[in-house]
Design a protein around this ligand. Sequence first.
Ligand SMILES: Nc1ncnc2c1ncn2[C@@H]1O[C@H](COP(=O)(O)OP(=O)(O)OP(=O)(O)O)[C@@H](O)[C@H]1O
Length: 368
Amino acid sequence: MTDKTIIRFDNVTKAYSGSTPVLNKVSFDIERGKFYTLLGPSGCGKTTILRLIAGFMEPTSGEIYFNGKKINEVPANERQVNTVFQDYALFPHLNVFENVAFGLRIKKIKKEEINRRVLEALKFVNLIDFENREIVELSGGQKQRVAIARAIVNDPEVILLDEPLSALDLKLRTEMQYELRELQQRLGKTFIFVTHDQEEALAMSDEIFVMNTGVIQQSGTPMDIYDEPINRFVADFIGESNIVSGTMISDYRVQFGGKEFACTDKGLHANEKVDIVIRPEDLEITTIDRGKMTVKVDTQLFRGVHFELSTFDADGNEWLVHSTKKAAVGEEIGLDFDEEAIHVMRLNETEEEFDKRLESYGEQQNEN
Ligand SMILES: Nc1ncnc2c1ncn2[C@@H]1O[C@H](COP(=O)(O)OP(=O)(O)OP(=O)(O)O)[C@@H](O)[C@H]1O
């Protein structure tokens, strides 16, 4: 734990009413002032983590710390945390001002201070002049902003956002992604954002926790996770990937698709079974004699910035290719790629082991 740590989960398990745990020994640190995203498929436990942070329930085992103090049993209204819910949870019978003022009125704060704080919060979310509007008179994006104003008016240290953009159409959703990120930076508060949309997570976050079935599979910056996925699940969930099985031959040599290739990985056992990832944009179309691999083009789509090809090697492995060059359907082509494009993933490696292994590659580079 460092001075910057605001929330710590230490081996937190949560089981609802005696059933199998929906969170299984989850540990992580959240630093002050950063934008975090919990990313994962439906039912993996993202909302459960938010509820535990908010204090809507207690963990079955493990400890939760806030600013270094254990808060497992601290009630929700005594935590420095506010939540923005998926459906906004606004009061339809109150206008915009009263929706934002609601929590402050309950706390019996003076009228002048309520006025000042509500108007300040509305200004923050660009809703000045909207204070007398009824909720039904607002667009989806405006309702969203009222919900955010209602969270920030309490001046919490942490704001939790549970899929807050999922009800918006694609265009507004993209606009709100910029807006939320910018708002977080202006406020300088810690945001913990839940989504199952990987593009949203990559675009908005300082740090992403990729979750599956109650555990965090990998945490890191968007680029770290995209460039160095820890396993098949993460590689498949974040961006598009070509994933095949392979065998390590020796340090810096790996075999897949019936051929041997140079790679940048070391420290694995000879003959160790591994998974291989190559991103579609790292594959270049070339002639068969220049290619490291020969594949047959099955389909080709024009995607505006690139062509998207589905190709197959002789072993029947599919290789997706994103390229500015085009090929002909049915044609045999060569695929070229750098050795850095090959990501070797150990089977069942823990995040700690994985990080250590990658660090050792860095040390090697520094020595050279
Ligand atoms: N109150 C509850 N009682 C029993 N089981 C629950 C309860 N709330 C959630 N669950 C179960 O716990 C698991 C995790 O739920 P959670 O809401 O945390 O997932 P999620 O990742 O947020 O999913 P989604 O993206 O669909 O919201 C799910 O299998 C869900 O059915």
